[in-house]
Write a protein that binds this ligand. Structure first.
Ligand code: ADP
Length: 199
């Protein structure tokens, strides 16, 4: 399976990405996690990535492509990928599409998880009080949601026009979201879906 989870911060794409990877055998590739790992490494690049993430700004496209491309290529070669948080800008989407077309591993579907702004904000603040990520504080959360709307939002019409976007209501308990995603995917003419588990 080759899937992209497209969603604002707090919609649950990390949770759903892990579940879909376990269900399908494809690899879960979380852009934020890979970039945070890179940010923990010593050196100027790590410090630069950490600074963007702490502010809630997107990491520049070229850095993201350098970090993510090897992971996507490797996953595509062994069972597919569930992309979580990449592509997140139109330039990333066109670069990823060109690479995937060259390798013959283009996206089969984009699952768009949506929820009202106040639900997203409440979830992120709850997570902040439990685990505490540097970017889970009120003003940075507001900024991340604004960046999402301006920069990632245009990917919804982009993938809709390409006929591969399915929208799922993320304002439900995690199990219901998973069930809705699996039902939506089962309705698509995808190859190599684990259909036995859907029915
Ligand atoms: P969330 O979706 O809740 O913001 P992520 O872990 O997906 O959490 O992303 C956290 C941060 O990592 C983003 O605010 C941004 O700084 C960086 N990031 C993640 N994915 C990308 C991407 N595709 N392009 C640019 N920056 C990214």
């Amino acid at each position: 399976m080759r899937l992209l989870l497209l969603a604002p911060p707090g919609a649950g794409k990390g949770t759903q990405g892990e579940r879909l990877a376990a269900w399908s055998g494809a690899r879960h590739i979380a852009a934020g996690d890979l970039l945070r790992a890179e940010a923990r490494a010593d050196g100027a690049l790590g410090r630069e990535i950490a600074a963007y993430q702490a502010r809630g700004d997107l990491v520049p496209d070229q850095i993201v492509l350098d970090v993510l491309t090897p992971a996507v290529v490797e996953a595509a070669a062994c069972g597919g990928y569930i992309l979580d948080g990449f592509p997140r800008t139109l330039p990333q989407a066109t670069a990823a599409a060109e690479l995937a077309a060259r390798l013959g591993v283009t996206l089969q579907a984009v699952v768009y998880l949506h929820a009202p702004q106040e639900v997203l904000t409440r979830r992120l603040l709850d997570r902040a009080s439990q685990a505490g990520r540097a970017d889970d504080v009120a003003d940075v959360i507001r900024h991340r949601l604004r960046v999402y709307a301006e920069t990632t939002g245009p990917l919804v019409p982009y993938y809709t026009e390409r006929g591969i976007l399915v929208a799922v209501d993320a304002d439900q308990p995690p199990d219901s979201v998973t069930a809705d995603i699996q039902a939506a995917l089962s309705a698509l003419p995808l190859t190599r879906l684990p259909t036995a588990d859907i029915e």
